[in-house]
Write a protein that binds this ligand. Structure first.
Ligand SMILES: *[C@@H]1O[C@H](CO)[C@@H](O)[C@H](O)[C@H]1NC(C)=O
Ligand SMILES: *[C@@H]1O[C@H](CO)[C@@H](O)[C@H](O)[C@H]1NC(C)=O
Ligand SMILES: *[C@@H]1O[C@H](CO)[C@@H](O)[C@H](O)[C@H]1NC(C)=O
Ligand SMILES: *[C@@H]1O[C@H](CO)[C@@H](O)[C@H](O)[C@H]1NC(C)=O
Ligand SMILES: *[C@@H]1O[C@H](CO)[C@@H](O)[C@H](O)[C@H]1NC(C)=O
Ligand SMILES: *[C@@H]1O[C@H](CO)[C@@H](O)[C@H](O)[C@H]1NC(C)=O
Length: 421
């Protein structure tokens, strides 16, 4: 299982993430013994491992019956040169990882970042993984967004989590791998998720926002609407945080340079699958909130509409579905010829078919009028935030050997609440 000679100092699970501070990158990995937390790195073409950054580790004791111990190491590299490529390894003098490389993100608001996005990629049946690995290594993506569900259950004393992290290392060690929690991360109050990832902010990766190019990207936990036993207060805390974050992103000086507001959360507000999930109901919890809690819990549709969220990315359903611009269960096309040119409501994409143990889902034969395109092929989505007015999305089918089966341009001359009218 472990390639290193020194078994207990074995290094696995390397992942990069953005920190919210331009010119920096966070490296996260795990060891089973307590060691120093070092990253040695240098510019490609320069002297190898010229620079060293030191971080810290925290002990994570899994809650399964074996109470396995692991140390999660986190090191932040700062002062990186935008768009420059670095070689690095991590570990300590007791053992080093393989050598990996990454390109520091270009921090210009004129930058046109390229993303791969998907949810529901698991360690069993990870159908799209090979294609994503290769495309990442070819430099096709600046960032990956994994929209929840890593299939780390069942769970085997966190060994399934180990295995999944090892598997995505071939992607996550090369480009920032940004995540949000999904329903299969719930075991022991999402403790594997909270411990193993290092997203920006102080919420143990549950909700956060960051900026790239002309986009402000918000990641949230839809799971707070479903696992009330882990703390109903989390739902209200997140809601207040979202409101504050959206308010700030909408300050005229902020929205002028980063007009695109994109959200990602695991369970969609709408979907036309036939599995009786939240999104198949008119009164979805994520969309409309819950009134069986005290006080009633507000949903997210009105909030996102009010603050002019442009694009909402979801997963959970093991299918791909694109919606016409929608609000309040009604379609608000820009025009019927060009529905995504100056749309009058947010655009929703559901991309949960990367491949996992549960295979793909099936669709309801009579979708509502907001359903624009659907596919049960395994695959993932590509997105490019081209500039302040143009954003491109396309769906790749892994079943059809990488064929692009759907694409749209979202074009907006105006952003924000007033753009709806
Ligand atoms: C490393 O960790 C393993 C497993 O927890 C433990 O058995 C071993 O004694 C540790 N070795 C050292 C040198 O600390
Ligand atoms: C960052 O992207 C912008 C816009 O494409 C480009 O003009 C600039 O040269 C890039 N910066 C670097 C360091 O490559
Ligand atoms: C679950 O984890 C969250 C985040 O750390 C924490 O705020 C909450 O209190 C925990 N809930 C329980 C029941 O331990
Ligand atoms: C609770 O919400 C549901 C739909 O979200 C609605 O049908 C029901 O009437 C509400 N009940 C109360 C008491 O407000
Ligand atoms: C929205 O636009 C699409 C594409 O032209 C069209 O098929 C659909 O009927 C429109 N929906 C409404 C409600 O106008
Ligand atoms: C934004 O990108 C689109 C598509 O490439 C292009 O047609 C348009 O001219 C660009 N707008 C600006 C202001 O550069």
């Amino acid at each position: 299982m472990c390639p290193c000679a020194l078994k207990h100092f074995c290094y696995q699970i390397i992942g990069l993430s953005v920190t919210g501070v331009p010119g920096s990158m966070e490296v996260t990995w795990t060891t089973f013994n307590k060691t120093e937390s070092l990253v040695e790195y240098g510019l490609v073409g320069g002297r190898l491992f010229e620079m060293t950054s030191k971080g810290y580790s925290t002990l994570f004791v899994d809650s399964g019956h074996e109470k396995r111990h692991m140390y999660i190491h986190r090191v932040i590299l700062t002062g990186l040169k935008p768009a420059a490529t670095y070689l690095y390894h991590c570990g300590s003098d007791e053992g080093w990882s393989d050598v990996f490389s990454f390109t520091a993100l270009n921090d210009s608001t004129c930058f046109s970042p390229k993303f791969a996005l998907y949810g529901d990629l698991g360690n069993e049946n990870p159908q799209s993984l090979a294609r994503l690995q290769k495309e990442t290594q070819l430099g096709m993506y600046d960032v990956i967004l994994h929209i929840g569900k890593f299939h780390t259950e069942p769970y085997d004393n966190a060994r399934i989590g180990d295995e999944f992290m090892r598997q995505i290392q071939s992607i996550a060690a090369y480009v920032p791998y940004m995540t949000c929690p999904g329903n299969h991360e719930a075991a022991y109050n999402f403790s594997n998720y909270r411990n193993r990832f290092s997203m920006p902010g102080q919420t143990e990766s549950l909700w956060y926002s960051w900026n790239l190019g002309s986009a402000h990207i918000i990641s949230l936990s839809t799971e707070v609407y479903f696992y009330l036993e882990f703390g109903k207060e989390l739902l209200f805390k997140q809601y207040e945080w979202l409101k504050k974050d959206l308010e700030e992103a909408n300050l005229p000086e902020n929205r002028a340079v980063r007009p695109w507001i994109i959200t990602m959360g695991h369970r969609p507000m709408y979907c036309s699958d036939d599995d009786l999930d939240d999104c198949t109901r008119f009164d979805s919890y994520v969309r409309l909130g819950r009134n069986d809690t005290k006080p009633p819990a507000p949903g997210l549709e009105d909030l996102f509409y009010r603050y002019g969220v442009d694009l909402e990315l979801w997963a959970h359903e093991h299918t791909y579905e694109r919606l016409w611009p929608v609000y309040g269960d009604k379609v608000y096309n820009g025009s019927s010829e060009q529905p995504y040119v100056n749309p009058k409501a947010p655009v929703h994409i559901i991309t949960g078919s990367a491949g996992c143990r549960e295979k793909t889902d099936t669709f309801n034969p009579n979708p509502k009028e907001w359903s624009a395109f659907r596919s049960t092929d395994y695959g993932y989505t590509r997105m490019q935030v081209v500039n302040t007015t143009h954003l491109y999305l396309e769906q790749v089918s892994d079943d059809q050997y990488g064929k692009v089966i759907d694409s749209i341009w979202v074009v907006k001359e105006k952003h924000g609440f007033s753009a709806w009218f």
